[in-house]
Design a protein around this ligand. Structure first.
Ligand code: DGL
Length: 280
């Protein structure tokens, strides 16, 4: 069975992979973390486009993927058009900050958007923002350094940057003029959710896109007749990294609650903690 390819600059896309596993448990998935080139969010657009094309080329030629999920807001904003042009026959799903869902839940009509600088400066994001400008006030916060802190599992720095960036956004709460909804517009940020929720208070809603992307992937595969058959065995997840594979494995062991098969590559030494996915 051909797998679905999923990529991000690093571990952030695991937050999307989690939702894909829940929605499509019979699909094989190859997840590629481009960690040798992370973070993408403070790089030039041309660099991100070039990396997205290179990573997709590898997933296509080495793994014969039947569909691609760009589990990275930054790469989607910079490169989704280039990817669709380069691979016209390949179903491609991207992620974008969940501004529209946020307008449906916010009561104060004041919505915070945390994302990378590259995402917020992109034309694609500007078009999205303009289309919703009459619906709410959006407070945009480029969260420099935060994806890197999550990527490197630096908890002290993650907390400090969450404090710094949310502190710059104004007041949070449910009173008029306060931000009551925050869009996590980078797939790394859901891994800082606990810290953010504690800082902002329980009345503030944090919104990410994993489940919507997973549902959209199902619809697209169904539409193309490419869904794994009903009675198929549970799918296998393979994790690949262009950089530090150990970091990806550790992050997967920590964040993925859905078990994947097989436990470890054949012939690998027994690891102390069971791996949730095969790692190559
Ligand atoms: N996780 C990515 C995103 O959703 C990119 C983070 C980065 O590499 O800066 O934007």
């Amino acid at each position: 069975m051909q797998p679905i390819g999923v990529f991000d600059s690093g571990v952030g896309g695991l937050s999307v992979l989690q939702s894909l596993r829940a929605e499509l448990p019979r699909e094989d998935i190859v997840y590629l973390a481009d960690s040798a080139h992370a973070p993408y969010g403070e790089r030039a657009e041309a660099f991100v486009v070039q990396r997205a094309l290179a990573v997709t080329g590898r997933l296509r030629t080495e793994h014969r993927i039947k569909a691609l999920v760009v589990a990275c807001n930054t790469a989607t904003a910079a490169a989704i058009h280039a990817l669709r042009a380069a691979y016209p026959g390949l179903p491609i799903v991207g992620v974008e900050p969940a501004l529209k869902p946020a307008t449906r839940t916010s009561r104060t009509r004041r919505i915070g958007v945390m994302a990378t600088r590259r995402t917020l400066e992109s034309t694609k994001f500007q078009i999205l923002l303009d289309s919703l400008a009459c619906e709410a006030d959006f407070v945009l916060q480029p969260c420099d350094g935060l994806a890197h802190a999550v990527e490197t599992d630096d908890e002290a720095q993650t907390i400090a940057l969450c404090q710094q960036h949310t502190g710059a956004m104004g007041r949070f709460g449910s009173a008029p003029g306060e931000i009551d909804t925050v869009v996590l517009g980078c797939t790394h940020y859901p891994f800082a959710r606990t810290h953010l929720q504690r800082m902002l208070g329980p009345q503030v809603q944090l919104i990410d896109t994993g489940e919507a992307v997973a549902r959209q992937t199902r619809v697209l595969l169904e539409d193309k007749g490419k869904l794994a058959p009903e009675g198929a065995e549970p799918g296998v997840v393979t994790l690949l990294a262009t950089g530090d594979a150990g970091r990806l494995r550790d992050a997967a062991a920590r964040w993925l609650t859905e078990p994947c098969q097989p436990a470890a590559p054949a012939g690998a030494a027994q690891s102390p903690a069971p791996l949730p996915c095969s790692l190559q």
